[in-house]
Design a protein around this ligand. Structure first.
Ligand SMILES: C[S@@+](CC[C@H](N)C(=O)[O-])C[C@H]1O[C@@H](n2cnc3c(N)ncnc32)[C@H](O)[C@@H]1O
Length: 293
């Protein structure tokens, strides 16, 4: 299957490293990261989520943290504009793939199955959901993972809304096998301000992803590979770098890859986050437990 996928990767999907524009690298050549050989600690690939995950070896990543593009179901429910993207359900044994992610239950299950395959045994996954996708797709997570908690992301400030104004999103936390959290004093409500006037439309605060990583990674974990296959502007990549992890991610949008690559490079060279220069936390509302790591 990997050989077939790799052929597809070469023919249909241009794949790039974070810092070597135009150089084509297949994910299976990158993982596992080889100390001393790879200078970059974060790599992002222009790829469809399923193609990207299919290109990763079994049990090759320590943690998945991701904020998928949910739109199809919302559109189906007539709850907003959304963006219909692709269709996988006709995928046969010949491994045909379509251009973008369509968040039908069938496609979401393919994504979950691949996510589980690439995760190491006894590991964690954090999956972000808005309230609608949580109702439609959230229950499917149970069929693939041991669902443990629903974390509420309190965005502190009010957003737009359908009837009630939205101030929250959800993060499903689940295990592949068994793995304790890195510590036992973390609440299931995280108060982290949304990003206003973001350069990338769905940009999430880096601290949100740092909270996920720090909840999972133990101080004794030395080479810890974090994966986000819907990387967008690269907030999860910056979080991984701040938490001394290695990172691998993908996005189907060239704009997202350009944006995240530039952000990662700047962070690796100068230690500054060009897309989120200020903290998104308010000390009296949220203890930044991830800063203890
Ligand atoms: C909600 S955004 C992620 C935002 C990100 N967490 C951040 O902080 O910038 C979801 C991303 O999924 C990407 N996407 C949509 N369909 C995809 C697919 N089939 N494969 C990979 N990425 C896809 C979109 O381009 C978008 O950047």
């Amino acid at each position: 299957m990997l050989a077939q996928t790799s052929k597809l990767l070469v023919v249909r999907w241009p794949i790039y490293t974070a810092s070597v524009a135009k150089k084509r690298v297949e994910p299976q050549q990158v993982l596992p990261f080889k100390p001393g050989k790879n200078q970059e600690n974060a790599k992002v690939f222009l790829s469809d989520v399923i193609v990207f995950l299919k290109g990763l070896p079994n049990e090759s990543v320590d943690l998945i943290i991701t904020d998928p593009a949910y739109s199809g179901m919302n559109q189906h429910l007539k709850l907003g504009k959304g963006r219909i993207v692709g269709d996988y359900k006709n995928k046969g044994d010949d491994g045909r793939w379509f251009e973008e992610f369509h968040d039908t239950p069938e496609n979401y299950e393919i994504f979950l199955a691949e996510a589980k395959r690439v995760l190491k045994n006894d590991s964690h996954i954090f999956l972000m959901f808005d309230s609608y996708s949580m109702l439609t797709l959230g229950p499917l997570v149970r069929e693939h993972f041991n669902l443990k908690n629903v974390i509420v992301w309190d965005k502190v400030n009010l957003g737009m809304g359908h009837y009630f104004r939205r101030q929250s999103e959800f993060v499903l936390f689940a295990c592949k096998g068994k793995r304790p959290l890195s510590r036992r004093d973390i609440s299931d409500v995280w108060r982290i301000k949304r990003i206003h006037n973001a350069k990338y439309p769905t940009q999430k605060p880096v601290e949100l992803f740092e909270a996920m990583i720090a909840s999972s990674k133990k101080k004794s974990d030395k080479k810890f590979v974090v994966c986000d296959p819907f990387v967008g502007s690269g907030s999860s990549a910056i979080a991984a770098l701040r938490q001394n992890c290695q990172f691998i991610g993908s996005d189907i949008s060239q704009e997202a890859i350009d944006c995240s690559r530039e952000r990662i490079e700047h962070f690796e060279n100068y230690g500054e986050d060009i897309l989120q220069p200020k903290k998104a936390t308010v000390p009296e509302l949220q203890k930044p437990f991830w800063e203890d790591n």
